[in-house]
Design a protein. Structure first.
Length: 169
């Protein structure tokens, strides 16, 4: 089955991927966290086609991840700024940078080191933690239906159970 959209899939990961799961969207967000806000800045830095950049900025605005406002220095220009929903994506951008440096890095060292502005010290690795503070890996976690229910999780478990009934936790 081929899909052109995840918008109707009842899953948090699929819904998030629908809004931010595009390579251009992720680097636009990276640049927004670095302080870029104007179309011409994104365009110059990314070398992205104007129609693609316009589409991604419009999608991010429609998803309430960025908002548009008149530029402070030039009321004819528009700035794209992160919304509270957009700011919550910061750990994702940090994680992608850390993962990219670890697994796709350069032998000479880090290309970009993210640091705490107040102390100047590097940001700790992004990780998942148990309620009691233990660091968790994928092997330490299990998915279970939440109060909203999940047809996606039920169907995934059904498919897995056909071959590996003991694999379902």
């Amino acid at each position: 089955m081929s899909r052109s959209s995840f918008s109707q899939i009842d899953c948090g990961v699929a819904q998030a991927a629908e809004q931010i799961g595009d390579k251009w969207t992720l680097v636009i967000l990276r640049n927004a966290f670095q302080g870029m806000s104007r179309f011409d800045e994104f365009s110059e830095h990314l070398g992205i086609a104007a129609n693609v950049l316009s589409d991604r900025l419009n999608r991010l605005a429609a998803a309430d991840i960025l908002y548009r406002r008149p530029a402070s220095q030039d009321g004819r220009a528009v700035e794209y700024k992160l919304t509270p929903k957009g700011f919550e994506l910061f750990p994702l951008v940090v994680f992608l940078n850390q993962w990219g440096e670890r697994w796709l890095g350069k032998p000479e060292g880090l290309r970009v080191e993210l640091c705490d502005k107040s102390s100047g010290r590097p940001i700790r690795a992004v990780a998942a933690f148990a309620e009691d503070g233990r660091k968790l890996t994928a092997q330490d976690a299990v998915s279970r239906p939440g109060s909203g229910g999940s047809e996606v999780l039920r169907r995934a478990r059904e498919i897995i159970a056909r071959r590996r009934p003991a694999a379902i936790g």
